[in-house]
Design a protein around this ligand. Sequence first.
Ligand SMILES: *Cc1c(COP(=O)(O)O)cnc(C)c1O
Length: 469
Amino acid sequence: MNHILRQLPAIHELQQDKRFTQLLENKQLSKGKVTEWLQEAVADIRKRVLTGEIEGDQSITFTDSIFSRLSERVSHHSTFALQRVINGTGTVLHTNLGRARLSEKAINQVVETAYSYSNVEYNLKQGKRGSRHDLIDELVKQITGAEAAMVVNNNAAAVYLVLKACAKGKEVIVSRGELVEIGGSFRVSSIMEESGAHLVEVGTTNKTHLYDYEHAISEETAMIMKVHTSNFKIIGFTKDVSIAEIKPVACAHNILVYEDLGSGAIYDLKKDGIGQEPTVTEALQRGADLVTFSGDKLLGGPQAGIIAGKKKWIDQLKRHQLARVLRVDKMTLAALEATLKDYVNEEVARETLPTLKAIRLKKDDIQKRIDKFTSSLSPFWNTEVRNGVSQVGGGTMPEVELETELLLLANENIKAQYIHDELRKGTPAVITRIIDDKVAFDFRTIEEEEFEDLHRRLQDIPREMGKII
Ligand SMILES: *Cc1c(COP(=O)(O)O)cnc(C)c1O
C-alpha cells in the first residue's frame, strides 16, 4: 500500500501543472483557495487508497483523477447564487450581507451536526423523545438569569408567537413612541394585527407617562408591551416609562409585561463605552416577564429569535401550535448553542465572537490592517487614509459612531463608480462605498485572511481596463 501512496504527487508538483495555472487564470480564484481544494483532493485519494477502495499495482495516474476532482470542486464553487462577499462597508451587522458572522466554534458545530445524526429531539439520558427547546434552555438561563427560554426562527417570529399565544383577542398597550418599523418590513402594529391582539396606543410620539398606561388598562388588557426602539433615536423633549415603573402597576392588575429587545445584547458593550444598549439580563431584572431578541444581531449568532423569561409563560409558548410552525433547524441550534456557550465566560465571548470583536476593534488596529494591506498594494493605486466612522448596523445603536480609518483608493484614469461596480460584480464580490470620488474600504469588517482575495480583485481592474483600451 505504501508504494501506492508514494506515487501520490506532491502539492508543489501539482501546482506546476498547467491545469492548476489555468484554473487560477480563468476562474478568478485565489491560489490559497485552489491549493486548499487540491490538498482536499489529494487527501481524498489517499483515504481511498488506505481503505482499499483504490488498490493493486495498476499504473493509475493520480494526477488526472486529482485534477478531475479539483475541476468539479471549482465549477461547483462558481455556480452558487448565495456566495460569500467581502464587506468593505465597515457596517458590522449588515442586514443585506447576512448580519452576524459565526465563530469558528459555531461553524464547526454546524458542520458536525449537519454531517451526522444528532439528538435534536431525543433525550439521551432517558432514551425517549426530547424537545429541541431544551437544548439551549439551560444555557440561556445561566447567562441571562431567565427562568426559562425557547428559540424560534427569528425575532419577528418570536414577537408574533408571544402576541398570539398570550394576547390573542385581548388588548396590548404600547407607547406611540415605540410603534417602530424595522428593516422596512417589520412593523409592530402590523404584526400585532396579524396575531389577533388589539393594539391600544398610549402617549405621544415623544412623550409617554406612567398615567397613560394606567388610564389605558381595562378588563380586556392582557399585556403591556415595550419595544426597544433600536433603529432610531428621538432627541429633545422626550419621556418614556421604564419597565421598573410599569411593573408594580402591571402586577396590581395581573398583566403580563413583555419587552421586545430587538438586538438583545448579552455582552454589555456599555462597559467598553459603546452605546446604551440594555442587556437581556438588565431587561429581565427590571421586571419584564418575557423578553425577545434576535440571534444574529448583537448576540453574534445564527438567525433566530430567542424568548426568555418566566417559566409559566415560556411553557405556554412551547405548547402552542405555532411553536411547531416557527421551529428552528438543527443547524441553527448547533450554531446558537456554540455561540451562547462562549458567553458563559464573558472574556471568551469578547475574544472569539466575530461580531463583538469587530465592534470593539480599535482605530489603531484598523490602521495596522490598512498598513499591512497597502504594503503590498500595486503602485497603480493612489492611496489615502483618513478618519471615518463605522456603524454597528442591523438596526442597532444608530447613534453610535465607531471611530475608524478608511482606505481610499483611486486611479486618475478610472472613475470611482466603475471600480466600485467591478469590485461588486466579480468573485468574491467586494462591497465598498464611494467617498469624494474615491473607493472607500473600512477595514473594520475586512479580515487579514481576506487580503489575498482583495488584492487579486484589485489587480483585476487594471487588467480589465487593459482589455477595454
Ligand atoms: C430587529 C428587530 C426585530 C426583528 O428581528 P429579526 O430577527 O430581524 O426578525 C424585531 N424587533 C426589534 C425591536 C428589532 O430590533
